[in-house]
Design a protein around this ligand. Structure first.
Ligand SMILES: Nc1ncnc2c1ncn2[C@@H]1O[C@H](COP(=O)(O)OP(=O)(O)OP(=O)(O)O)[C@@H](O)[C@H]1O
Length: 249
């Protein structure tokens, strides 16, 4: 189980990006993390990856603390930015990732992923020649070819075509059906509702909702996940205000 315990982050200058945040991602679960711009998602993910040092609190998976060799060897991460080594071919990049994860990388999984993401013809080309979607697929293949216990995905569906979206949804379900865990950060609430077992909403650094979507809708007297998001993020009044502005635009 991935566990974020009472995590807070105050940046230099006093900005409180994350405040007393707790979250569990159980084996077999997909949890979606959503929140308005600037609400603390990136800070939280950075803390899980040990790129950002929390002011208080910690992150662990079973007995392994974030930042340890053990923690890193059982996790993989796909960032939203498509930063890849441009002068390597996709195949060379996969070799490189495999060499880091050593025996945790599977050649047969890699071949299957290349096939189902329709990348067979591209893998011997330099990444610098890839489109946005091909870069995303390259990152997804590099994460799902590994035998890790949990994956963190930042906006994994952004820029993928319809077929790749369907493939990714199935892959994610297949991964968690084996008792593994996925945390995705996304602004796409419809996909979050469709694929996540639980949704956690962060607003101004605080966790303001965490649960199954149908239960959260009921508890907050909301009809849709968008309405829920605006309600728990305290943005409902603002949204009524800008509706007026748009009507008079
Ligand atoms: N390095 C930094 N120094 C100071 N403040 C920062 C730093 N990084 C982020 N912040 C602040 O922390 C808060 C949370 O930012 P964060 O990037 O975690 O939000 P986010 O939810 O990922 O936003 P978005 O959806 O726009 O990507 C914001 O107020 C932001 O200005």
């Amino acid at each position: 189980m991935l566990q974020i315990n009472n995590l807070s982050k105050v940046y230099v200058g006093g900005i409180r990006a994350v405040q007393n945040f707790n979250l569990k991602v159980l084996p077999g679960e997909i949890v979606a993390l959503a929140g308005p711009n600037g609400s603390g998602k990136t800070t939280l993910i950075g803390s899980i990856l040990n790129i950002i040092k929390p002011t208080t609190g910690d992150v662990s998976y079973l007995q392994f603390e974030a930042g340890t060799k053990e923690f890193n060897s059982i996790s993989s991460y796909i960032p939203d930015e498509l930063m890849l080594p441009e002068l390597l071919t996709a195949n060379e990049y996969f070799d490189f990732i495999s060499s880091i994860y050593k025996n945790k990388s599977s050649k047969s999984k890699r071949d299957t992923l290349i096939e189902i993401f329709d990348m067979s013809k591209a893998i011997n080309r330099n990444i610098e020649t890839f489109s946005h979607g091909m870069r995303k697929k390259t990152q997804l293949i590099s994460a799902f070819m590994l035998d890790v216990d949990f994956i963190i995905l930042d906006e994994p569906f952004r820029g993928l075509d319809i077929e790749a979206i369907l493939v990714l949804k199935k892959l994610m379900k297949n991964f968690t059906n084996k008792g593994k865990s996925i945390l995705i950060a996304t602004h796409d609430l419809n996909i979050a509702e469709e694929i996540a077992d639980r949704v956690a909403i962060i607003s101004k650094g605080y966790k303001v909702a965490d649960g199954k979507v149908h239960e959260l809708l009921q508890d907050n007297h909301c009809q849709t996940i968008e309405e829920l998001f605006l309600t728990v993020s305290n943005l409902k009044e603002r949204s009524a205000g800008y509706e007026k502005l748009i009507n008079n635009f």
